[in-house]
Design a binder for this molecule. Structure first.
Ligand code: PGA
Length: 259
């Protein structure tokens, strides 16, 4: 498999971001996914770490399902431990509910909730404080890509959104071009490679060996049909998947890149 080359060095992570989707009945998708992932005589074992990030309401329910080999994550957290923040959830609460990780700084949060790099950085710190792995998202808009600003934009977001003390264990980067999210469009493998290589260099400059080992996921319209190709790009260490993570069959189709 083409994705094998990348996975030899760093264990990949494929995380499903359910966004504001899913209810009690969809717990069956988690069970189906766990069943599909069971190694059989004919099929091998998925080598990547697998995670589902459901809405917070489903997190404890999913934790009760105890789906073997599937970790859970939250989708956002507040920077504080507790307090008068109506509607918010702290990293500690997510951890208690069964999360191992939390997505932070998704472009939908940055756009819908005006989250700046500074706010994102404080949330990454909160995740680390709670013992959660932060999956920190960055990505350029179509306008920025067309203006040739992609590398400048993502490097700036990376610099501004990561606190000191990030390690390969407590932090994952997700490169998600805003124009590729939910659109069915994906950058070419060359474009993905260019960004991931630049991010790897920036991570190494700042975090040394930890930066060399930190996983950099690609996200934006990943589906079974393009997963193999995208996951084989140098410095792509997994995927953050939205729409195609909602159905076990589609998500497993993506995981097949890591069989
Ligand atoms: P998509 O979303 O796979 O539906 O494009 C990816 C994401 O927003 O994480």
């Amino acid at each position: 498999m083409a994705a094998q080359k990348n996975r030899l060095k760093i264990r990949a992570l494929v995380a499903g971001n359910w966004k504001m989707n899913g209810s009690k009945k969809d717990l069956s998708e988690l069970r189906k996914l766990a069943t599909a992932m069971k190694p059989t005589k004919s099929g091998g074992q998925v080598k990547a770490e697998v995670m589902i990030c459901p809405p917070a309401t489903l997190l404890p329910r999913m934790a009760d399902v105890k789906a073997k080999g599937i970790a859970l994550g939250g989708q956002d957290c507040h920077a504080n431990i507790n307090g008068a923040h109506t509607g918010d959830i702290s990293a500690e609460m997510l951890k208690e509910a069964g999360a191992k990780a939390v997505i932070i700084g998704h472009s939908e949060r940055r756009a819908d909730h005006n989250e700046s790099d500074k706010i994102v950085r404080a949330k990454v710190e909160a995740a680390h404080r709670a013992g959660l792995m932060a999956i920190m998202c960055i990505g350029e808009s179509l306008k920025q890509r067309k203006a040739g600003e992609t590398l400048k934009v993502v490097q700036g977001q990376l610099r501004g959104s990561l606190p000191d003390g990030c390690t390969a264990k407590n932090t994952v980067i997700a490169y998600e071009p805003v124009w590729a999210i939910g659109s069915g469009l994906t950058p070419s493998v060359e474009q993905v490679g260019e960004v991931h290589t630049a991010l790897r260099k920036a991570l190494m400059r700042r975090f040394g060996d930890e930066g060399a080992k930190t996983r950099i996921l690609y996200g934006g319209s990943v589906k079974p049909a393009n997963a193999e190709e995208l996951m084989a790009v140098p410095h792509v260490n997994g995927a953050l998947v939205g729409g195609a993570s909602l159905k076990a069959q589609d998500f497993y189709g993506i995981l097949k890149a890591y069989l």
